[in-house]
Write a protein that binds this ligand. Structure first.
Ligand code: CAA
Length: 384
């Protein structure tokens, strides 16, 4: 497999890099402070085609490959991790699930608005007592004529407040385990769907994370993705792609932290010389660059497998596991290289350090990734 990027992929990367560094990065620190949702950025990203990258052209998207998508996503993450997570959940899980599992009617109704960024998507699987183990979720969807009535509470939902549409999973057959879970597309504003508690997070502060409350929320049966009982597989399939996206976010933040550390080390003098002259620091720089490169290759490998229609579950988990743990090491080292200044808000590394922390947690913890990887290697499934 070749990791040479095509001319088109390089062009997309360069275009997004220019946009992100010019327009997104400049307001990232302010957004982190004010927690303002990045509406203006997202609107421009919609205009640039970044909100429907893998949506087919006939539904208003770009029809781009996954490799182009992760390159673009990591450029946005380099500039603002909070904006990147909104882009990631919207593209990787929400749009992709509708593209893969939606009926023609659902695709026609929702994808054109989503692909242009007019509507932002959210994905609601997690519940207060069902995080790593979503099969034990409690939300229910009961058929009533040509509608389903959904009840339940979903937790930690990215873009649940500012998004316009949510894919929600709920049990249509509570006794059937994972085979009894179904997935529905629900428009915000639907009666019975409301926003509950909003989290006050240590990082990704401009991206909202909320509870979504479903109280006798009536949804047309035609809004079901796939068939009754397909919901868990739809979620797992979406998360496979989503996990490559988290690797891309990790890569973007790690590269930003590395560049900031290099700049600082080349400017800061101690003991009569630039600190970049000290061997201890040079070895740290070499280790950081090597880890970033390894994460980049794992991410590209998983994305390329997906683009070639090959199995990529294990490789997506490997990319997510390594990249998310790597960025936590890199942001820690970058902060350390800044000394006392790294601990202040005068330099962006303290934000990178906070933003990176959740990458080993959401879309499946590192522990869950290790279960997925070892199950795939050993082929004799072990329960978590
Ligand atoms: N693709 C397709 N199907 C899959 C699959 C995949 N990657 N993984 C599992 N399945 C299927 C299996 O084939 C099986 O179906 P059959 O019985 O028909 O063969 C079914 O799903 C059940 O599989 P398992 O028995 O392996 O399921 P499990 O209960 O043991 O759980 C798990 C597996 C990997 C632990 C899974 O529960 C998991 O990934 N947990 C983590 C959940 C998670 O990532 N949550 C993140 C929340 S979303 C989020 O963070 C978004 C955000 O807003 C940022």
């Amino acid at each position: 497999m070749s990791f040479q990027l095509s001319e088109e992929q390089l062009m997309i990367q360069a275009m997004v890099r220019e946009f992100a560094r010019k327009e997104v990065a400049v307001t990232a620190a302010e957004r982190d402070q004010t927690k303002a949702f990045p509406k203006t950025n997202l609107k421009k990203m919609g205009e640039l085609g970044l909100m429907g990258m893998m949506v087919p052209v006939e539904y208003g998207g770009e029809g781009a490959d996954t490799v182009s998508y992760v390159l673009a996503l990591s450029e946005i993450a380099y500039a603002c991790a909070a904006t990147a997570v909104v882009m990631s959940v919207h593209n990787s899980i929400t749009c992709e699930s509708i593209v893969k599992f939606g009926s023609e009617d659902l695709k026609q109704r929702f994808l054109p608005k989503m692909a242009t960024g007019k509507w932002i998507g959210a994905f609601a699987l997690t519940e207060p007592h069902a995080g790593s183990d979503p099969v034990r979720q409690n939300a229910t969807a009961v058929k009533d004529g040509d509608t389903y009535v959904i009840n339940g509470t979903k937790r930690f939902i990215t873009s649940g407040k500012n998004g316009h549409l949510v894919i929600v999973t709920a049990k249509t057959d509570p006794d059937a385990g994972h085979k009894g879970i179904s997935a529905f597309v629900v428009k915000k504003g639907t009666k019975g769907l409301s926003v509950g508690h909003e989290e006050d997070k240590m990082g990704l502060r401009a991206s909202d994370t909320v509870d979504l409350l479903f109280e006798d929320c009536r949804v047309p049966a035609a809004n079901m993705l796939g068939a009754p009982g397909d919901g868990f597989k739809i979620a797992m399939t979406g998360l496979d792609g989503g996990r490559i996206g988290i690797a891309a976010q990790s890569l973007g933040v790690a590269t930003a932290a590395f560049d900031a550390a290099l700049k600082y080390a080349k400017g800061r003098e101690q003991f009569g010389q630039k600190i970049s002259k000290f061997q201890g620091l040079r070895w740290t720089i070499a280790d950081m660059a090597t880890e970033i490169e390894a994460a980049r290759l794992l991410m590209l490998n998983a994305a390329a497998l997906k683009d070639h229609g090959k199995k990529f579950t294990q490789q997506a988990s490997m990319a997510k596991l390594f990249a998310s743990e790597m960025v936590n090491r890199i942001t820690g080292k970058a902060l350390q290289m800044h000394g006392g200044y790294g601990f202040t808000k005068d330099y962006p590394v303290e934000r990178f350090y906070r933003d990176a922390r959740v990458f080993t947690i959401y879309e499946g913890t590192s522990e869950i990734q290790r279960i997925v990887i070892s199950n795939n290697i050993l082929k004799d499934k072990r329960k978590p």
